[in-house]
Design a protein around this ligand. Structure first.
Ligand SMILES: [Zn+2]
Length: 396
């Protein structure tokens, strides 16, 4: 694209301020939870959100609501913008209008730069409450969501992100959040296309506003409020999370939700992939649990392959088999049975979806439908926590 036309495009679309094509300073943007001391009500908290769809990509396209586009391309050791500019990195500062990515409005400053390992990386610096709005839109089926369910999810999501970032400040991972299931799914609210969608979005925004800044704490510190899709009857505790508890889930166990069971047969090809992934050969001979949680979920399994054996976490095993079929570690039946020789495939049947720790989204929906309040839902799934404003909790 010729530079004069690009300048015209930017002026017409109003997507960006002129600063967007200026080289940015080499320093990283401010990390979340800064500056010290702990933020007050008036201190905004910015979340650095890594956009997974562009991780390692060679090109990235942004568009405004009118469909005009701006393209970034890896060119040698630099990035080329379709305006003609060649930089190490670009910082796009949206003005009154949000950035358009895949038809969704992203609000916040977007930094695009090259990864040390190749390809590009895009990180959005987004306000905490805007982030929570996008997480609710990404994590819940909005049209059916109840007010109390939305509010409980907002508090859980806010607690979770602040706990994750606190943890990452002392790790080598970097202080950022993925926008997918590695952390929390983030999907900015699109323009509503129907009256029910408009009403659902209004409820979502009201829930975020009603809980603004509210988080769960345990012992005065922000609580790592995990949540999952469906527990199948009982939630799980985690020995890595002080204060986490296993509770019975009335929403799932008295199911008007429909069946929570699932089952599938892992093929010899699936099992070969597992064996290779674990370094125990190309065939799984036996599998059995070596550690189970009090509510019966498998925590670790021991697998014998044709050339070796190993003990692995269920998270790793589920990922190797395929998390879209192997929906949880709440296993009810195996055939052949645990410890018996597997001659061909392995039938696995279980309950629930997800890791089972903390709030059960299906259960919270059911309880909200029955009239439970936000506080009742949170107290049920996170019984050892208190509700606090983030300005008065230990965040660092
Ligand atoms: Zn449940």
């Amino acid at each position: 694209m010729k530079a004069p036309f690009a300048a015209f495009l930017l002026a017409v679309t109003g997507l960006f301020t002129p600063a967007c094509l200026q080289p940015v300073r080499r320093e990283l943007p401010p990390t979340p939870l800064e500056p010290k001391p702990a933020p007050s009500r008036t201190t905004p908290i910015e979340i650095t959100l890594r956009l997974s769809q562009f991780e390692g990509a060679d090109s990235l396209v942004l568009a405004d609501a009118a469909g005009e586009e701006l393209r970034f391309q890896v060119e040698g050791q630099k990035l080329r913008c379709s305006t003609g500019a060649l930089r190490n990195e670009f910082l796009l500062r949206p003005s009154a209008r949000a950035l358009g990515i895949d038809g969704l409005p992203y609000r916040g400053a977007l930094r695009i730069f090259l990864r040390p390992e190749g390809g590009m990386r895009a990180e959005l610096s987004v306000d905490l409450e805007e982030y929570i709005t996008g997480v609710l839109a990404g994590e819940l089926p909005l049209l059916r969501s109840q007010d109390a369910e939305l509010e409980a999810q907002a508090v859980a999501a806010r607690s979770y992100v602040l706990a994750r970032l606190k943890e990452r400040r002392t790790s080598s991972l970097g202080v950022f959040m993925w926008d997918d299931t590695r952390d929390q799914v983030y999907k900015p609210l699109r323009e509503a296309r129907s009256a029910p969608e408009r009403a659902a979005q209004a409820r979502l925004l009201a829930a975020v506003s009603a809980t603004s800044g509210e988080i769960l704490t345990h012992g005065g510190a922000v609580f790592d409020a995990r949540y999952h899709a469906s527990c199948g009857g009982n939630t799980s505790s985690s020995n890595k999370i002080p204060g986490s508890a296993s509770v019975q889930c009335p929403g799932c166990s008295e199911a008007s939700l429909g069946p929570t069971e699932w089952g599938f047969t892992a093929t010899p090809e699936d099992l070969a992939r597992v064996a290779k992934g674990l370094g125990i050969g190309d065939r799984v001979v036996t599998i059995e649990p070596t550690k189970t949680l009090p509510e019966g979920r498998w925590a670790e399994a021991h697998l014998i392959g044709n050339t070796g054996s190993c003990t692995t976490s269920m998270n790793k095993l589920r990922a190797l088999v395929g998390g879209k079929r192997f929906l949880s570690n709440d296993i009810e039946r195996l055939w052949p049975h645990p410890g018996e020789a597997i001659s061909s495939g392995l039938r696995i049947e279980g309950r629930g979806r997800g890791h089972g720790v903390g709030l059960c989204q299906d259960g919270a929906h059911e309880l909200a439908t029955r009239g439970w309040t936000r506080d009742q839902i949170l107290k049920h799934y996170y019984p050892s926590t208190q509700l606090q404003h983030c300005s008065s909790a230990r965040l660092l």
